[in-house]
Structure formats: C-alpha cells, structure tokens
Design a protein around this ligand. Structure first.
Ligand code: AMP
Length: 397
C-alpha cells in the first residue's frame, strides 16, 4: 500500500488528492480537497472518504497568500491526519512536457530546470505547476516527486498531424501542435482497454468536454490527432476560450483596435467561448436554464455544438471512420442534451441514440446498430496516481 499525493496547481488554486495505490495497481480515494483563492480570500476545503470521517468539509478564510503557503497547509493537514511518512511520493499535473518529456518523469534538479525552459510555451499554466514543485521540494525535500504531463499522451501523433505550415526555422523553435488533456485521454484509453478491449483496438473519438474542451482521435489506444495545438487555446470553443480563430483577427485587433498582446490573450482565454458569445456565463447548466428565454444563450450553445460536430468530422476523416465515440468531463458526462445533439449531428456516420440510456446515465448510449457511443467519467487524479506509483516502483527495482 502506498499513498500518493496528487497535485494540480493553477493560477489561484492548488487542488490535491490523496490516493491509495495497492500492489495490484488498484486505486482508492482517501481524500480530495483544494486551497482556492490564493492571494485573495483563500479558502480550504477537503472531503475525506476513507471511512474514518465521511464527507468532512472545512472552510477557513485567508490561509494562503501564495502557492507555498497553500502547499504548506495541505502538507500540514496530511501530516496531522495520516503522517507524512505514509506518503510514497507526489505526482504533479504538469501542463507541458515539450518535445522531450513524452512519459512521466522523476523530478530532479535537472528535470525541473528543463521544465522551466518550457514556461514560454505555456505561460499561463507552467509557472504554477513549477511553483507547486518548488514549494513541495522545500517542504518535503526527501519525498519523491513525479511530473505527469498533459502533452505526453499525444507524443504518438505523426509529424504530419503535428506540424504547422510554417518555415522550418520557426517549426524548429518548437512551434508545433502538442495537444493537451492527455491525462484524461490516457485514463479513458485505459478504461476502454479494461472494459471494452475490442473497441479499444479500433478507431475511437474521445470528446473531453469540460470548461476546457478538446477532441482526441485514437487508433489502437494511441493518439493520432487532437484539436488543441501549440496551446490549450486551439480547437473547440470552450467555457471562456475562443478555440481556433483566424490569426488575422489578432493583427486586426492590434493594428485597428489598439489592443496589446496581453489584452488579446485575456480576451481569447478568459472572455470568449460560451461566456463571450452568451454574455451570461461559461457554465453549461446556467446556459441551459437561460436558453429558454435568452437568444444569446441559445446561440452560444448552438455554436458550441456546431464546432464540435465540425471538428469531429475532421477527426473521423483522419481516423478513416469511427468505431466508438466517448464523452467525458463535466459537460460530456452530464449534459444529455448536448450528447443527443452531437449524436444526431453525426448520424451520417451511422450513429443512433438510445434515448432512454442517454437519459438514464448509462455507459452505452447508442443503439444496437452503427458505431458505439459511450459516456465514461474521466479521472485525471487517478491517472496521475497510477503513473506516479509505477515510476516510484520502477525506480526502486
Ligand atoms: P469540468 O471542467 O470538467 O469540471 O466541467 C465543467 C463544466 O461542466 C461546466 O460547464 C459545468 O456547467 C458542466 N457541468 C457540470 N455538471 C453539469 C450538469 N449536470 N449538466 C450540464 N453541465 C454540467
């Protein structure tokens, strides 16, 4: 038995999970929680599920002015409740592994420096991931730390699916498609291999539809194409992100509207997508409610749906057909209306919806003929725990 501390550090939050991975590779949640609002009014919440105390939630205000204080709070809580010696290691979600890191890696001083060099490729995410790594190194210097990458699963995409139509000198700078949400896709690939082994060998399109959204075309369990690109801004329309947009819009906004690169970055990452088009919210539930009597909410939902169908068509072409479509993440797992609309939109591929199964929260929501449609909840934390445990074991052999 080993407890793995899983860390996912964002700009204003550090989420954590404590997961028990046994010798057979089975995982069990011990606790999940987060420090939110770092640098502002920070809050702490934790949910224990180890049977000692079911569903405990505590909230305290103003406990963390930076990532190190947030981590310190988490580490102190773990020490008090389980003892730090119960930890076998920590696994970090790291957004960017660049071209070099195509598998999870033990964090050494050298590897941390290599990850720091990738900050320009993911300036909004990588610095926070590194802040958590640096802080934990200070707080628990002997604890093995592993980096698990959102990009790694896509290292199997062939060059032709990776390169932009740019001069080679620019491509050589690393300006190419990396793809993201890889930990989620990797989890889904594992789930398929375990529970639908025949399908997992085929042509599968996975739709990770949450606040961030992307598609991944998988053949034999490996990524061969994805909608996100150089950054997590590309591809589908998202909660607050534009997704793909004609790059000439940037020149126009800069030259004719006097916007700076920073202004446009904020516009594209934080003020666009469902939020921008609806003018109401980035939250799917809010928009479904509002759509009854608000045209902009309806149009935002229509555009979101349209963009997924359009890009799904491209992914299916790359796959050369489709055997299975998998829905996952907050929207994919919960919004049955969207799933129904997407399956209807893809009916030209032979998809048929089983309406009762779709409404009844079943895993298989397609009819008896045509490609299969499945709903599979993702679990990126378990994937990180699994990768971390495997790497720690390997290192001890
Ligand atoms: P994630 O980023 O995976 O946590 O997903 C967040 C998105 O999932 C938000 O847009 C939520 O509105 C959406 N979501 C969560 N629960 C539901 C639900 N029951 N119905 C529709 N959308 C949901």
């Amino acid at each position: 038995m080993k407890l793995v501390l899983v860390l996912n550090a964002g700009s204003s939050s550090v989420k954590f999970a404590l997961i028990d991975v046994d010798h057979y590779g089975n995982e069990q949640d011990i606790a999940r929680g987060a420090v939110d609002g770092i640098g502002q009014t920070s809050r702490w919440n934790v949910h224990r599920s180890d049977g000692v105390m079911n569903s405990e939630t505590t909230i305290k205000d103003g406990i963390a002015s930076n990532h190190k204080e947030a981590l310190s709070h988490i580490v102190t809580w773990i020490d008090k409740n389980y003892g730090l010696t119960s930890l076998a290691g920590a696994g970090h979600r790291v957004v960017h592994g660049g071209a070099h890191f195509t598998k999870p890696v033990r964090l050494t001083a050298e590897n941390i420096e290599a990850l720091r060099k990738l900050v320009p490729l993911a300036p909004l995410h990588q610095p926070h991931n590194l802040a958590a790594i640096d802080s934990l190194t200070d707080l628990a210097p002997t604890l093995p730390q592993i980096a698990c990458f959102d990009t790694a699963f896509h290292s199997t995409i062939p060059d032709v699916g990776r390169e932009f139509a740019l001069p080679r000198s620019i491509t050589a700078l690393g300006v190419k498609r990396y793809g993201f949400h890889g930990l989620s896709y990797s989890y889904i690939a594992n789930e398929l291999a375990n529970k639908n082994p025949e399908l997992s060998k085929g042509r599968v399109l996975v739709a990770h539809l949450g606040n961030g959204a992307s598609l991944c075309a998988m053949k034999e369990g490996k990524s061969i194409a994805t909608t996100m690109g150089f950054s997590a801004l590309d591809g589908l329309m998202m909660g607050t992100r534009t997704g793909s947009i004609d790059p000439a819009v940037i020149f126009y906004l800069m030259r004719d509207q006097g916007m700076s690169a920073d202004d446009i970055e904020t516009l594209f990452y934080q003020k666009s997508g469902l939020l921008g088009v609806s003018g109401i919210s980035n939250d799917m539930r809010t928009l479904r409610e509002a759509a009854h009597n608000n045209r902009h909410a309806r149009e935002a939902l229509e555009l979101f749906t349209y963009r997924i169908i359009r890009d799904a068509g491209a992914m299916i072409a790359v796959l050369g057909g489709i055997d299975a479509l998998v829905f996952t993440a907050g929207i994919g797992e919960n919004d049955r209306q969207l799933r129904a609309d997407l399956i209807r939109g893809l009916s030209f591929m032979g998809f048929a919806l089983d309406e009762a199964a779709n409404a009844g929260k079943k895993r298989k929501i397609s009819g008896e003929v045509g490609p299969v449609a499945l709903v599979i909840p993702t679990n990126e934390e378990v994937m990180i725990a699994r990768e971390t445990a495997m790497l720690i074991d390997c290192k001890h052999k």
